[in-house]
Write a protein that binds this ligand. Structure first.
Ligand code: ASP
Ligand code: MG
Length: 417
């Protein structure tokens, strides 16, 4: 029998009515002849609440200052949210006359590393499920987000990890598709709050999805998309509150339309930092970015320019709230004599806007079209970076919406599907 993985996020299982609604969707697939593996998240808000308890219980864990708690016990606590919803989903399915049972991570077993709180999946053996399916089980309801470590204890996969659970099961059981039910009905050409012209994409490539997700379209956990790409799992993002088809995240070869740009992504709270006049010799970039990495600064764009005096200006961007940490790291390296520069210039009011599309690989002139559109709307570009399927610019934050709208129009994304 063909297999299907169906994952329901927190808002889709937020109460018993919603669990019933989700179960009806499962029933429909069972009736279509699938053996179904359902992955559930905790009820929405539940995991945050559990994390809050852990912080409160641990020494020094006053609000905002996480205590030094035992990560194994953190996992024991936060994994419990999914146990509740998996059991409830199984009960509701049984009420509908479906042969369903719940599976906790260790029962499958979903084997992981023992990096508690951020475990990686190592293996999902098939034998248990295969035996039960052969024995008449129609639906396996799996608690998402959790597994068992090589230390024999409960682990969790990091926040948002049940998407990754779902994709891993789809790969392990060779599922025809992995449907991710959530509270949005798909992936859009851009944020519909910024322009009403945003359109739902019928299909999007894995790589495009990765760029769109990391740039703010946070529909799927990034790791789950990487995993889907590696194992070529066809992923569908769709709403559990409608019957419309969603967006299929799939291999490029499955995308027939010849569109060049698929979406405009943005990230609002960026900052730009420039070290003016650093020496132009080997080792300088390493001396600057080493301390930044150690300080945990997420450096994004990097631009290096030779200035008039034959020295170099080094510009980078990072999240706005990491600027104080970045400045501290740079000044410490300066005091230690590891780097020298004339001045530090900061612009904390910038945003990043990017166009993303696999078609860029084979089409010239895309960047220039982007720059022209921005120029025509009077938007000044501060930094530019490109990759094979993406062009990003930094602009003044107050022009971010305008820039997104202007690019959405320029690439006629209202016509995309
Ligand atoms: N419940 C977990 C979280 O909130 C996992 C998930 O929902 O994906 O992070
Ligand atoms: Mg989620």
């Amino acid at each position: 029998m063909p297999r299907l993985v169906m994952k329901f996020g927190g808002t889709s299982v937020a109460d018993i009515d919603r669990i019933r609604n989700a179960a009806l969707k499962v029933q429909r697939e069972v009736e279509r002849g699938y053996e179904v593996i359902v992955i559930v998240s905790a009820m929405s808000g539940e995991t945050n609440k559990l994390v809050g308890y852990v912080r409160e219980a641990s020494a020094g864990g006053a609000a905002g200052t996480p205590g030094f708690y035992d990560a194994r016990e953190y996992d024991a606590v936060v994994a419990s949210g999914e146990l509740v919803t998996s059991g409830l989903m199984a009960i509701v399915l049984q009420e509908m006359g479906i042969q369903a049972r719940s599976w906790q991570g260790w029962q499958v077993p979903l084997k992981t590393t023992s990096a508690h709180g951020a475990a990686r999946i190592v293996d999902i053996p098939n034998d248990n499920f295969n035996a039960k399916f052969a024995d008449g089980m129609q639906v396996a309801v799996v608690a998402g987000f959790q597994g068992v470590g090589d230390d024999g204890r409960v682990t969790t996969l990091g926040r948002g990890g049940s998407d990754t659970t779902a994709v891993a099961f789809a790969a392990a059981f060779n599922a025809e598709r992995c449907d991710i039910y959530t509270d949005v009905d798909g992936v859009y050409t851009t944020d519909p709050r910024i322009t009403a012209k945003a359109r739902k994409l019928n299909r999007v490539g894995y790589e495009e999805m990765l760029e769109l997700a990391s740039l703010g379209a946070k529909v799927l956990q990034t790791r789950s998309v990487e995993l889907a790409m590696r194992y070529k799992v066809r992923l569908q993002v769709l709403s559990s509150f409608s019957d419309e088809p969603g967006t299929l995240v799939c291999d490029e070869e499955e995308i027939m339309e010849s569109r060049i740009v698929s979406g405009v992504a943005y990230s609002r709270d960026e900052a730009k930092v420039t070290l003016i006049s650093v020496a132009d010799r080997p080792g300088v970039a390493a001396a600057i970015f080493g301390p930044l990495a150690e300080a945990g600064v997420n450096v994004d764009m990097i631009v290096q320019n030779i200035s008039e005096d034959g020295r170099t200006d080094m510009t980078f961007s990072c999240p706005h709230d990491q600027v104080p940490g970045a400045v501290r790291a740079i000044e410490a390296a300066q005091s230690a004599g590891e780097i020298e520069f004339r001045a530090l210039d900061m612009d904390e009011n910038v945003a990043k806007v990017s166009i993303v599309g696999i078609g860029m690989r084979s089409h010239a002139g895309v960047a220039q079209k982007m720059f022209r559109a921005l120029a025509e709307d009077g938007v000044n570009i501060k930094v530019i970076t490109t990759s094979e399927i993406k062009v990003s610019v930094l602009v003044d934050r107050k022009y971010m919406e305008l820039a997104v709208q202007s690019l959405h129009d320029a690439f006629e994304l209202h016509k995309v599907s």
